[in-house]
Design a protein around this ligand. Sequence first.
Ligand SMILES: [Zn+2]
Length: 387
Amino acid sequence: MTLIHRTLAACVAAGLLGLTGCAPSAPPQASTAPAETATSTAAPDAAPYAMDDYAKVRKFDAHVHANGPDPVFLQLAQADNFELLSINVDYPDFPTLDLQHTAALKLAKDDPQRFHWAATFSMKGFGTPDWLARTNKRLDDEVAEGAKAVKVWKNIGMVEKNAKGELIKLDDPGLSPVAEHIQALGIPLIAHQAEPYNCWLPLDKMTTDNDREYFSKHPDYYMYLHPEMPTHEDLMAARDRFVAAHPQLKFVGAHMASLEYDVDVLAKFLDTYPNATVDLAARMSQVQYQSLRDPAKVRDFFVRYQDRLMYGTDLTQAPDADPAAFKAEAHAYWASDWKYLATAESQRIDMLKADVPGLALPRAVIDKIYYTNAVREFDLKNQAAAK
Ligand SMILES: [Zn+2]
């Protein structure tokens, strides 16, 4: 079964990875608490949340991929008290864009208050006369159907080429009118650019075992071996120029804006671009690597940027996923992250070969990162109020 959208691979042929290779190894935390909605009203000095609070607190996973119409993801979200933002993505190993779109419409119809989705567009035909009109029309239609954001993927920057054979970067002038259109629609652009920094490092300098193992087995996607490809810095610079050129655009940097390797660097990005937020999807082990070395610094980062961070996982429901196995593994993933961010409990993280203590973030910070920031960013206030 494939559960996690493999975000590490650089190229279009990237495969999917099972949970064991990508996620913390915490056992599932069985919860019998009812899935009611509750938000903290505790005083700021109240004790942090515990594992028992997991199912009681209203939560939002701002980065998942429900790639089929099966309601299994929604059922789990209901049991674990999550809302979902399922992100359609122009990724060849996923179902086609039309199939992803159909699945999103079906699930949103099943549970409009819990299931939200992000549209995307194809780069096929980019630079031809009708590409822009076709793309903007598609976005108009999908927003009218309920899309809450638009996603661009790392194929921009690392795969797609222009007529001259050069890689198309995010700050390509041809993408600017689309960004302006998305801004006019009033929804955020979610951008996954580049790869984890480890992808450009020698194996013995990588910080996590999963990256080391994956890139040693997939040399095609391992940028350290491909000096002809853009550097991490090149891709970040193009992304930064794009964000700077569109200061009114709501910009969401997927996967901690690919600055997961250093909270100081991510802090600088957030300070420089007030229109930017980030999701935490599929990068928790790199954060844990840092908090093992300097827990106060990482905790301070979360507290300081509590309004700019959105919880997310990259959990991916493949169309042929076994429902019971999917539920068990996705629940374990969510529970492990909750243990790390919300509680002070330690857990074994295999990819770091270490026991990692929880950050025990204040309840008010958890409530923002786990819920209210996403409601604000994706403008779900009306839906939330209707609960
Ligand atoms: Zn993803």
